[in-house]
Ligand binder design. Structure first.
Ligand SMILES: NC(=O)c1ccc[n+]([C@@H]2O[C@H](COP(=O)([O-])OP(=O)(O)OC[C@H]3O[C@@H](n4cnc5c(N)ncnc54)[C@H](OP(=O)(O)O)[C@@H]3O)[C@@H](O)[C@H]2O)c1
Length: 276
């Protein structure tokens, strides 16, 4: 009995160590911000990484890392996802993990002024994109009986702030997808969880095209709030925690606040930083 117990413990440890060593991972939205830092961290730890985005220059820059390949495509476009998923399987030679990270915001407009196109763009990217990639990952992971999926959600899913209703709603949808899938995947050997950061200092904030705020924000910003945000490295560390968790563990969500947020990020931003 003791021998069998020890053997099970050894199996768990071996599984955890083997998967921690050479994971084959897809990262969507790996060309910028959190995803870019994650790809770099994963490559530095010896994992094999296939990452996606649309910015060709950024794709080429990172793809020079060993064991890393970038691929251009839109997460909202099913044909792109289908093609890229095949490319990923060919390059990786299998699949251990998917990080559905690509996302965008809806800007900082009052609810009544938000164009319906913004709604469609945000839901298409944040929800449909995660759905399309996760579907394909599950078709590989369920038959093989193992795999880890991580969705980059947001604290906005639980603590929505003003002028971010559509973004928050899209992340709440991501959260619901994670919870429903966790129940559906029970006993399958496949795990899914979310990482929910507060405000993170990435390019997103300074780029209205990404649904960010204002060009005064972004890397190098002199605005005080910039220094109070999480770093993308903090979030990449959180994602790594899910990817490398023990076989006996199944993290549902990891909520990350900036150090002085006191559980109210990012709404606190609105008080400190008048941009409108
Ligand atoms: N920054 C924050 O404060 C914060 C806080 C909580 C959660 N998050 C979440 O964290 C994730 C990453 O955000 P980030 O701050 O790192 O933003 P970012 O710097 O703007 O990076 C977003 C990434 O998503 C990709 N992407 C966006 N739309 C895409 C599309 N339609 N098709 C393919 N790729 C697309 C971008 O690639 P291309 O530009 O190459 O297309 C880029 O690689 C998002 O899901 C975001 O909602 C961010």
């Amino acid at each position: 009995m003791v021998g069998r117990h020890l053997c099970c413990v050894c199996c768990l440890l071996c599984c955890a160590m083997a998967s921690a060593k050479h994971l084959r991972i897809i990262v969507t939205g790996g060309t910028s911000g959190i995803g870019k830092v994650l790809v770099q961290q994963l490559a530095a730890s010896g994992h094999r990484v296939f990452f996606t985005g649309r910015n060709k220059e950024a794709l080429q820059g990172l793809a020079s890392c060993e064991g890393v390949r970038g691929s251009s495509g839109d997460v909202t476009n099913e044909a792109d996802v289908e093609r890229q998923f095949s490319e990923a399987l060919e390059f990786l030679g299998g699949l251990d993990a998917l990080v559905a990270n690509a996302g965008c915001g809806a800007g900082r407009q009052n609810f009544e002024d938000l164009p319906a196109e913004q709604f469609d763009r945000v839901f298409s990217t944040n929800v449909r994109g995660a759905f399309l990639w996760t579907q394909r990952a599950l078709r590989v992971m369920k038959p093989q009986g193992h795999g880890q999926i991580v969705m980059t959600s947001s604290v906005a899913a639980m603590r929505p702030c003003p002028k971010a209703a559509i973004y928050a709603a899209s992340k709440a949808a991501v959260q619901a997808m994670v919870l429903s899938l966790r129940a559906e995947l029970k006993g399958s050997g496949v795990k899914i969880g979310s990482v929910n950061p507060g405000a993170v200092a990435t390019e997103w904030w300074g780029d209205e095209g990404r649904g960010g705020w204002t060009k005064e924000m972004g890397p190098g910003s002199a605005l005080p709030f910039w220094n109070d945000m999480l770093r993308p490295e903090d979030v990449a560390d959180g994602i790594m925690t899910l990817l490398t968790q023990a076989a006996s563990s199944n993290i549902e969500s990891l909520v990350l606040d900036p150090a002085d947020a006191g559980g109210v990020a990012p709404p606190d931003v609105a008080k400190r930083q008048r941009v409108d």
